[in-house]
Design a protein around this ligand. Sequence first.
Ligand code: G3I
Length: 462
Amino acid sequence: MSTAHQSRFRLRGAATRIRKVVAAAAIGAVTAGTLVATAGTASAQTSLGDAAAATGRYFGVAVAEGRLGEQDYTATLNREFNSITAENSWKWESLQPARGYFDFSAADRIANHAQQQGMELRGHTLVWHSQLPGWVQNIGSADELRSVMYDHITTVMEHYKGQVRSWDVVNEAFEDGSSGARRNSVFQRVIGDSWIEEAFRIAREVDPDATLCYNDYNTDAWNTAKTQAVYNMVADFVSRGVPIDCVGFQAHFNSGNPVPENYHITLQNFADLGVEVQITELDIAGWGDSQAEQFGGVTLACLAVPQCTGITVWGVTDKYSWRAEDTPLLFDGNYNPKQAYYAVLDTLLNAGGGDGGDGGNGNASCTVTYTETQRWGDRFNGEVTVRAGDQPISGWSTTVTVQSPQKISATWNGNASWDSSGNVMTMRSTGGLPAGGQTTFGFTVMTNGNWAAPTLGSCVAS
Ligand code: G3I
């Protein structure tokens, strides 16, 4: 048996083990946190890129330019992925280490590799507070910093014009924690709030065909201050015509920052603003079943959102991950696919079918409307009507958000779960609906003095 055959044999065993520990599930009828690979027929002949392409999406990877000479690294990259992000070589400190001195040598090796392999490129990243050379950090004049930002964006985007599908125009501009504030970067301090939209306007001018993204981490759970702050910025940009096309969700997960239960709701809410969403730097600390389930869940969350156009994992192999000790990737240090790999592949294959796929039943749609049905001295009942679009749907979910100190004390006709604040209830269907069909679910809100009506999230159909 050749090494390749031996390895395929091991992989099929791994896939079987996964299937033993996971429950079969329909797309969208489970949460990202609990989702697992369905009982599909993962083929060792099929790559992540091909399986994603069958759903109309890309499956990408961050590439460390210095590893391209390693045979197994490049073989795995070429076999499995159809999109590349440069892990470090396209960052400001690499491309323009001194003012006016641009060095595209390492960056071009990545671009050339993508071109030779027929892969897409994601551009990461034009303006970021980190990996930013000292000469930029020390600028104190707004006009000078604007001019430097203009030169950098223009020179880099011109260099790769026509080659890059999506650009992370601005990266990580918001603080972590509960403030929802802008990060205290040199751009924020010296130029002020307008710096982000200025960067997007420059980028649109240089390459009108590229998809322009705002990219950040810890924006996965819907109800956090950071997610809300980014959402509000994007909503504001869209309403004022600031050129933004996409939001990138880095998706670096670990036990302290797990995959949120209602991840697809976050993605869908952003997409409902009229932007594309992309999962741009996915890695999940862990191993075995738990890691596999979470990777499957993130994949499913993307598939549940028609505007989620692709997933990029942040590295080829655990051994070169920026957090190697967490073993957060799909291939181990010997380039063996892990259980997580099979969870992703099975999930993609199950969605794509053999017919070119529709992005996880991407034609399916539903709407939700709310009415208050009864009121007492201390509480009221609400009812939500869910209507399927012109295609039958196998499942649906939506969120109901109440305002503290309100509490939902009872629910009926659906499977309810709550986020950690207790204010956001995700309600999932117990069955499907025919085309144009409708159903209702209900709940009781204890007002505790607050009579505000709850707000509904989008309806996500599967
Ligand atoms: O190449 C030098 C090497 O010559 C030197 O000997 C060594 C000593 O420290 O450093 C090497 O550079 C390191 C570089 O990675 C390449 O390995 C830098 O120190 C190190 O800071 C850099 O880390 C990168 C990190 O961004 C910097 O913030 C990681 O590789 C990269 O994965 C990570 O990627 C970021 C995304 O761009 C944005 N989102 C978060 C993500 C993870 O942190």
